[in-house]
Design a protein around this ligand. Structure first.
Ligand SMILES: Nc1ncnc2c1ncn2[C@@H]1O[C@H](COP(=O)(O)OP(=O)(O)OP(=O)(O)O)[C@@H](O)[C@H]1O
Ligand SMILES: [Mg+2]
Length: 269
């Protein structure tokens, strides 16, 4: 099994690129190009059990990377390997197995949860035949049983995000990719969700890739940080190095842009 081979990372991106076809859109006319290169020449590894944050300004390509890792979209260049196998080639049963092992948590659960399905139904669907028992899932994400009968609009934003995380955990994934998991939430609730993700990472050993533009937050959650700018990797390293002694001017500028009130969180991380 390649997983036991320490030389093979859980996830490997090699020279990954993604260009979107612009067709005859207004943007295409403005740029005078038919393609927009959202991501280019991106290479990094994620080891099993590790937590990596991807940060960068809006439009730097973070969500594009997240969506490629979970194979919602395919790269237009390079390769992505999971456990030593290219995910671009996966099909049939292998693809189904991959989809079980790699799950995504979205920014807005208002859109990702079906508004007409109760929490119980939506969790039962995610669990399938051999997933985590529903009450265990509720315990994992610290939700009371009373939420089971409710519809998404009858939950608080924090509770909805916990349901989103529970759904992602239902099939015991190896890798969780969270794209701005707290940015739709109040600041006080953000901390709770971060604590929950950190606990799942530490106790359940789930490998985490967390996308965020909040550097203060990722310092609390992730061991390594990758910084992206206009589709390229600017720097990658241990969180303490990247957040406290950045090598690149761009990273230093991102850090300088953190609001004053959050600087303490950053320093405490
Ligand atoms: N389907 C698409 N077609 C064309 N361009 C796209 C498409 N999706 C994203 N882009 C462009 O690719 C670039 C990267 O987008 P992406 O959503 O990955 O950025 P991001 O870093 O996640 O930004 P944000 O922090 O605002 O979420 C942006 O310039 C965006 O406009
Ligand atoms: Mg995004």
């Amino acid at each position: 099994m390649p997983q036991s081979d320490r030389a093979v990372p859980l996830l490997r991106l090699s020279d990954v690129g993604k260009s979107y076809a612009l067709g005859r859109s207004a943007l295409a006319r403005l740029l005078r190009r038919e393609h927009f290169h959202a991501v280019a020449g991106l290479s990094f590894d994620v080891a099993a059990g590790e937590s990596l944050a991807i940060v960068g300004e809006s439009g730097s390509g973070k969500s594009t990377v997240a969506r490629m890792i979970v194979r919602l979209i395919e790269p237009t260049g390079g390769d992505i390997e999971f456990n030593g196998r290219s995910i671009v080639q996966l099909a049939g049963g292998d693809l189904a197995a991959f989809r079980k092992q790699v799950q995504m948590v979205f920014q807005s659960t208002m859109n990702s949860l079906n508004p007409r399905k109760t929490v119980a139904t939506s969790l039962a669907e995610a669990i399938g035949r051999d997933g985590v028992p529903i009450l265990d899932l509720l315990d994992m994400v610290r939700l009371p049983r009373a939420v089971l009968a409710r519809l998404p609009h009858q939950l608080s934003g924090g509770q909805r995000q916990r349901v989103g995380i529970a759904r992602a955990l239902a099939r015991r994934p190896t890798l969780l990719v969270a794209d701005e998991p707290t940015s739709a939430l109040d600041v006080s609730i953000q901390a709770e969700i971060i604590r929950l993700l950190r606990e799942l990472h530490r106790t359940a050993g789930v490998t985490l890739v967390v996308i965020s533009h909040d550097l203060a937050l990722v310092g609390e959650l992730c061991e390594r940080v990758a910084v992206m700018q206009t589709g390229r990797l600017v720097e990658i390293g241990h969180a303490s190095q990247v957040l406290h002694a950045p090598r690149e001017r761009y990273t230093a500028e991102l850090l300088a842009a953190i609001p004053r009130g959050l600087a303490g969180r950053r320093a405490a991380a």
